[in-house]
Each structure stands twice: as structure tokens, then as C-alpha cells.
Design a protein around this ligand. Sequence first.
Ligand SMILES: NC(=O)c1ccc[n+]([C@@H]2O[C@H](COP(=O)([O-])OP(=O)(O)OC[C@H]3O[C@@H](n4cnc5c(N)ncnc54)[C@H](OP(=O)(O)O)[C@@H]3O)[C@@H](O)[C@H]2O)c1
Length: 299
Amino acid sequence: MRILITGGTGLIGRHLCKALLEEGHQLTVLSRHPETVAVKCGAAAQAMISLDEWQPERFFDAVINLAGEPIVDEHWSARRKQVLRESRITLTEKLVQRVAAAKQKPKVLLSGSAIGYYGDRGDTELDDAAPAGKDFAAKLCKDWEEAALVAEKHAVRVCLLRTGLVLSKSGGLLGRMLLPFKLGLGARLGDGRQWMSWIHIEDYVALVLRLLNDDQMRGPFNMSAPQPVTNAEFTRTLAKLLHRPAFLFAPKPVLRLAMGERAALLLEGQRVFPAKLVAAGGQFKYPELAGALDDLLHQ
Ligand SMILES: NC(=O)c1ccc[n+]([C@@H]2O[C@H](COP(=O)([O-])OP(=O)(O)OC[C@H]3O[C@@H](n4cnc5c(N)ncnc54)[C@H](OP(=O)(O)O)[C@@H]3O)[C@@H](O)[C@H]2O)c1
């Protein structure tokens, strides 16, 4: 397939590009830094610096849309919130305009979202049909999904990737946690009762390939392992595998003071189940956390 991917240089994108190239697909990666594409995504990947390069005559079989400014890195000022929205929603709107203008439409659009779609839901078990939350992150995901769904008007199959916490050794949540945990400074966040719905990067990539190829799959998909854990259990499991203590905890008020509204990403959670993927026979090589972490730590 000829595939256009946005966010291909990111944590998920790099793993995905490698798998897509290995399967023999032709990749075009939209990036603000085209000179990095060959190194990050693979020598065979072509770079595109602007969507203006997608002229109506140009054909892609599939579009994968993962681009977005990192959500946890910076304080959520009004300006930052706007940047977070534009890098996802405005970019997706522009992408769908290109889909609409294309003489021959792509067959499928796989577009990013996150389990933050559901907002803070305590212990409630959330399948793919659960309603959206109301906080900033939830609204961001909802609007991002709605922008992508416009492609359905052009007879494009749309899958929405409601992504859980992707575990990879090369970055993301686990990449950030490893150093403090190795130093014995791993800490539960708040009371540790908030849910963490995680997924091993290998399973994530395999599931994206399934969504790409299976014409029956459409709509939202919870992209997380079938056994979510609480933050306390995550902390215990990681510390045990690293043979380090984890007696510390980061008090809620301190995190709220240091991070402001953004602290919700750490102190609130979603107990998500990949019901649609499981019903469609989706397989998880790493369904439980200890096995997933053990594999990643020994890579
Ligand atoms: N990793 C997770 O655990 C997780 C969980 C839930 C949801 N997600 C979502 O899934 C997507 C991919 O995640 P990731 O971890 O791979 O993200 P990442 O490593 O931060 O990469 C995101 C990519 O988006 C592009 N990008 C960033 N800011 C942009 C902007 N202002 N305009 C255009 N492109 C921009 C960048 O590409 P260039 O620098 O090449 O332009 C970057 O490589 C993100 O949208 C993220 O919100 C991730």
C-alpha cells in the first residue's frame, strides 16, 4: 500500500513505520523536520514537509494520523492548550480537506485519539461505547475524533485509535519512569488508586496493522491491554522487576501545585477495556503488565 503517515517520527510512529516498511508498504511521512525522516522512520520512507505536497492527482491507499504536540511536557496555559488543539484538530481538518480533494480517495484513515477521551471515571469499566468526558483532554480527543470522522462523508473507512499508555523502552511513560525507579525513587502518585490502561508497543503496532487491513473494522477502538492496573499496582510491579524499593509517594497537592490542571493526567485515570478489538479476535501478546514490562526491560 501507499501510506501517508503524520507523526511518523514520534515514539509510536517510529515503531509503526519500521513494521510497515518490513511489510513492504511505501511510506510518506509528513514531518516538520523532513531531514530526520530517513533516520527515524527508515531509509525507504519519503518525507513530506507540507500537506500542500498532496495534490489531487496523488494517491494514497491509506492515511495514518498520529501527529500532535506532547500533552504532558508543558504547563497548560491558554496558549499551550491552543497549540495542543491546533497540532491535532486543525492538522486533521487539513488532512481531511486533502482527502476530499483527492481524485482517488484513500480506502482508510486511522486517526489518533486517546483514552483521555473518557475523562476521569474512577473505577467504572469503560468499553469503546462509553461516553466522552468533559475536561480539557476529553474535549481535545472528542474534537480530534470528530475532525477525522468527516472523512466518512467521502466514503473513507475511519478508525479512531483511542490510545492507552504506550509502553516502550525508547520513550513515553516508561522511558520517563525508568531512571527514578532504577535509583529507588519510584513513587506512587497520590493515593495510587487511579487506573492506568497501558499497552505494549508491539501489541499496539500489531493492532494498527489489523485495523489497516481489515475492511470490517471502523469507528473508535480502545487501544489498550485487556488488564489495566491501578497506579499503585503499576508502581509495585515496575519496582519489583527492577529489584528496587518503591515506598515513596508523590502527594496529590504537591503534584497539583507543580503541574496545575495537567496533574489530572497523572492523578486521574480510566479503566479501559478493548472490547471491540477482543470481540473481533484481536490478540494481545502481552495481556498482563508484569509480562509486558519484563519483556521491555530485557530488550
Ligand atoms: N505515547 C502514548 O502513550 C500516547 C497515549 C495516548 C495518545 N497518544 C497520542 O498518539 C500520538 C502519537 O504519540 P507519540 O507518543 O508517538 O507522540 P510523540 O512521540 O510526541 O510524536 C508526535 C509526533 O507529532 C508530530 N508533531 C508534534 N507537534 C506537531 C505540530 N505542532 N504540528 C505537526 N506535527 C507535530 C511530531 O512530528 P515532527 O516533529 O516530525 O513534525 C512528532 O513526531 C500523539 O498524538 C499522542 O497524543 C500517545
